[in-house]
Write a protein that binds this ligand. Structure first.
Ligand SMILES: Nc1ncnc2c1ncn2[C@@H]1O[C@H](COP(=O)(O)OP(=O)(O)OP(=O)(O)O)[C@@H](O)[C@H]1O
Ligand SMILES: [Mg+2]
Length: 259
């Protein structure tokens, strides 16, 4: 598997978009856990919920009351710095409004708002190819496309790569999520050739992802040695030009619930 990625951090603004085209393939999961893994590696970053018509990050992380939303920031009603919420895990989040009445906002102004923060921002995209998705793509410096190994998801990932390239955006690569390695899946090599972009990480199917989400926590924090957590930490390390080597006896640590 070819891997060449390195986001520049520290001083330089970088907006990293996580998108998929198809819904439900793991964008929010990856965005939250990359944010946590980078934070754990000492890389300060902000997680932006780009799902303005259907807040995702806050739902998974359990924020039920959001005093200042992304919509307030885009509409010029609040300063972006005041919208940042810190999750108990340490992740810094700019949440989207949970309420439907606040939902309809255009994303065009998002880049100029994020520039004020001048720090690595991970953007959790909504599904589809709506105007807001295109605006978020335009606002991003680099993009990671996520897919599951199914035909319908991969077809949308191919489309995402094409749209990104047509916008002259750098696609870092494709992440294959919920990989079971059975006969009914496309393999990473096939996905790589179909998408004309390298598969930079395979994340296995892992029940602990849902368990952690049920507890409003990132899986990388709650179950740091589960298979999905290790894969996401490996990806986070690649993004900053490092290598993550899990500690020895991971299986025993997992059983004993050790950090
Ligand atoms: N590696 C994994 N193993 C098991 N379950 C997973 C994995 N990744 C994600 N999931 C589960 O898949 C579901 C969809 O994930 P998620 O919400 O991250 O997708 P999404 O692409 O953000 O969806 P949407 O398009 O609706 O925003 C969730 O229930 C999540 O817990
Ligand atoms: Mg989502």
């Amino acid at each position: 598997m070819k891997i060449v990625l390195k986001i520049k951090v520290g001083g330089l603004l970088k907006i990293l978009g996580i998108l998929s085209g198809k819904g439900g393939v793991g964008k929010t999961t990856l965005a939250i856990n990359l944010s946590y893994a980078l934070h754990e590696f000492g890389v300060s970053n902000i997680l932006l919920d780009g799902n303005i018509s259907n807040a995702n990050v806050s739902v998974v992380l359990g924020f039920s009351y959001i005093p200042i939303t992304l919509q307030d920031v885009i509409k010029g009603k609040a300063d972006i710095k005041d919208a940042i919420r810190v999750h108990p895990s340490g992740i810094k989040v700019i949440p989207a409004a949970l309420s439907m009445s606040k939902a309809s906002t255009k994303m065009k102004r998002i880049r100029s708002k994020l520039e004020k923060l001048n720090q690595l921002t991970i953007v959790d995209f909504p599904p589809g190819f709506t105007d807001n998705v295109i605006a978020l793509m335009k606002a991003s410096d680099e993009l990671l496309i996520i897919t599951t190994p199914e035909k319908s998801a991969v077809t949308d990932a191919m489309k995402s790569v094409k749209v990104a390239k047509s916008l002259e955006k750098k696609v870092l690569g494709v992440v294959v999520n919920r990989f079971k390695n059975d006969r009914f899946e496309l393999k990473p090599d096939n996905i790589e050739s179909l998408c004309e972009s390298p598969v930079v990480q395979v994340i296995p199917e892992d029940d602990r992802v849902r368990k952690a989400s049920f507890s409003n926590r990132p899986v990388t924090e709650m179950y740091p040695y589960s298979p999905a957590s290790i894969a996401i930490k490996q990806l986070a390390a690649k993004l900053i030009g490092k290598k993550y080597i899990p500690p020895r006896f991971v299986g025993i640590r997992r059983i004993l619930g050790l950090k």
